[in-house]
Write a protein that binds this ligand. Structure first.
Ligand code: F0G
Length: 459
C-alpha cells in the first residue's frame, strides 16, 4: 500500500470551506453555463481547478511579505530574488514578471513571427497562445508513449527525439524559432522529462543553432522525478539536478505560481547572453514595469525568493508528489483510469476511458468535471478537446490526443481526508457513468475559449 507521507508542516491558519446541497450545486453549475470558470469559489468545496497561485505560503514567506522592499528601483527584495534564483538555476540574468504568460509575452516575439514554428514536447495553452499571437505555429512533439495512459513509462513527458529531427528538417532549421521543453509536461499529465531527454533535445537544437527555452513552471517536481527514476541521480540534491537541467537550455520562462509556491509571480531567466537579456529588459519595461519589479510588488518578490528555496526541499516534494501517488493508488483500487504513472501536480483522469460513449466533440472530460462538481462540490477542469478549441487555420474543432479531467492539487492546502472525499465522489460517478451526457458550446470567444465559453448539456 502506498504510504501517505504526512505533511512536513503544521497548520497555523485555516480558511473555512462548505459543501452546498446537491440541488444547490445543480443550480450553481447551470447558472455558470456549465463552465467551471464561472463558478464562485464560495460554492466550491474542494478546488482542484489549478495548482497555480493556489498554494499556501509558509510563515517565512508571510514574514517576507512584511519586510518586502517596495522601492521602484534597486530594491532589497529584488536582490534577494536574484541571489535565490542564481543559487537554483545557475543563470546570469533574471527578469521578474507578473506571471508565466507575461514571461511568454516578453520572450516569444523575440524568437517567433509569421512563417516560424515553435516545437515543444507539449505547449501549455497560454504558451501555444503566445506562439500564435507572435504569428508563428506551435507543434507538439511528445513521445508516443504519452498517448497510452495505461502502460508505465518513467518519463512520459519526453520529447520525441527522432520526430524532432524530422520536424526540423521538414520545416527547415531556419524556420524553427525555438524549441520549448515544458517541465513537467503539464498537458501530457504533469509527466516528467528525463535529464537524458533534455540533454539530447539540447544537443539537436545546438547542432541546428536553434535556441532552447525551458517552460519551467514545475521544474522542482521534475527534478524530484529525475532523482527517483533516472540512473545516476539518486544521490544528487534537487538543486543540483535543477542546475543541470537548466544548463542545457539558453533561457527559461517560468510561472512562479507553481513550484515557487506564491500566489502571483513569474520569471524569465537568460543563461549567459547579455544582448538577449537587454532585449528581454527592453520588452519588460513597457509591458510589465521596471526591471527590478516587473509587474510585482516588492512583497511578492520577497515571497518568491523564499518560495523558490522552499519548493526545492526534498521532504516537501516527497509529501507533495506523495499526495498524487496516494490518490492514484485509490483510483487503481476503484478501477478508474488516469494518466499513469501519476504526474507531479495533478491526477489526470482518463475521461475517454470512463465515458467512451461521449465523443470528443461532445467533450467527455468537461462532462466528468461537471459531474464531479455536482457529486461533491469538487472543481476540476477539462484538458482535452474542449480546452484545445478550434484549428486557427480551418476553424474546425480539434480532436485532442487526450480527454483528461484534471484534478490539480494546490500545494500545502488539502489533507488526506480531502483526498478521500475526491476518491469517494469518483467511485459514485463510476457507478452511474453510462447515464452521463455530453455538452455543446452555445457561445465561445476566439482565443483560450475554455475560460469563458458557455455550454449546455445534450439531451
Ligand atoms: N506554462 C505551464 C506549463 C503552465 O502550466 C502554465 C500555467 C503557464 C505556463 C502559464 O503560467 O498561469 O502563471 O501565466 N498553468 C496553470 C494551470 C494556469 O492551471 O496549469 P501563468
Amino acid at each position: 500500500m502506498t504510504k501517505y507521507y504526512a505533511e512536513p508542516f503544521k497548520i497555523k491558519m485555516v480558511e473555512p470551506i462548505k459543501m452546498l446541497t446537491r440541488e444547490e450545486r445543480i443550480e450553481k453549475i447551470r447558472n455558470a453555463h456549465y463552465n467551471v470558470f464561472y463558478l464562485d469559489s464560495d460554492d466550491v468545496y474542494i478546488d482542484l481547478l489549478t495548482d497555480s497561485g493556489t498554494g499556501a505560503m509558509s510563515a517565512n514567506q508571510w514574514a517576507g511579505v512584511m519586510v518586502g522592499d517596495e522601492a521602484y528601483s534597486g530594491s532589497r527584495s529584488y536582490k534577494n530574488l536574484m541571489a535565490s534564483a542564481k543559487d537554483i538555476f545557475g543563470y546570469e540574468y533574471f527578469q521578474p514578471v507578473h506571471q508565466g504568460r507575461a514571461a511568454e509575452k516578453v520572450v516569444m516575439p523575440i524568437f517567433l513571427h509569421e512563417g516560424k514554428v515553435a516545437i515543444s514536447n507539449m505547449h501549455f495553452d497560454t504558451t501555444r497562445a503566445h506562439v500564435e499571437l507572435a504569428g508563428a505555429r506551435a507543434i507538439d512533439c511528445v513521445i508516443p508513449e504519452a498517448l497510452d495512459t495505461v502502460n508505465y513509462h518513467p518519463f512520459k513527458g519526453n520529447m520525441d527525439i527522432e520526430r524532432l529531427k524530422k520536424l526540423i528538417e521538414e520545416y527547415g532549421p531556419e524556420n524553427v524559432g525555438m524549441i520549448i521543453i515544458t517541465v513537467t509536461n503539464n498537458s501530457a499529465g504533469g509527466q516528467p522529462v528525463s535529464m537524458d531527454n533534455i540533454k539530447k533535445t539540447s544537443e539537436i537544437a545546438k547542432s541546428y543553432n536553434i535556441p532552447v527555452c525551458i517552460d519551467a513552471a514545475r521544474y522542482a517536481e521534475n527534478a524530484y522525478f529525475i532523482k527517483n527514476r533516472e540512473d545516476g541521480y539518486s544521490d544528487k540534491s534537487i538543486k543540483d539536478i535543477a542546475r543541470e537541467m537548466f544548463s542545457y537550455a539558453d533561457l527559461f520562462t517560468m510561472s512562479a505560481k507553481k513550484d515557487a509556491i506564491i500566489n502571483m509571480g513569474g520569471l524569465v531567466g537568460v543563461k549567459n547572453d547579455p544582448e538577449l537579456f537587454e532585449v528581454v529588459k527592453a520588452r519588460t519595461i513597457p509591458y510589465e514595469g521596471f526591471v527590478s519589479y516587473g509587474g510585482l510588488s516588492g512583497r511578492d518578490i520577497e515571497a518568491m525568493a523564499i518560495g523558490l528555496q522552499e519548493g526545492t526541499d526534498f521532504d516537501y516534494l516527497k509529501y507533495r508528489i506523495g499526495q498524487m501517488e496516494y490518490l492514484a493508488e485509490k483510483l487503481d483500487e476503484a478501477g478508474i483510469a488516469y494518466q499513469s504513472p501519476v504526474g507531479g501536480h495533478a491526477v489526470f483522469l482518463d475521461a475517454k476511458k470512463l465515458l467512451p460513449h461521449i465523443p470528443y466533440y461532445e467533450f467527455p472530460a468537461q462532462a466528468l468535471a461537471i459531474e464531479l462538481y455536482i457529486e461533491a462540490g469538487i472543481r476540476s477542469c477539462d484538458i482535452g478537446s474542449y480546452m484545445m478549441g478550434n484549428d486557427p487555420d480551418t476553424g474546425e474543432q480539434i480532436e485532442s490526443e487526450f480527454e483528461f479531467t484534471r484534478l490539480a492539487v494546490p500545494r500545502r492546502v488539502y489533507t488526506q481526508s480531502h483526498l478521500d472525499v475526491i476518491v469517494e465522489a469518483l467511485k459514485a460517478i463510476k457507478e452511474r457513468k453510462d447515464t452521463l451526457k455530453g455538452y455543446r458550446i452555445t457561445w465561445e470567444p476566439e482565443v483560450l475559449r475554455h475560460f469563458t465559453a458557455k455550454l449546455e448539456p445534450l439531451k
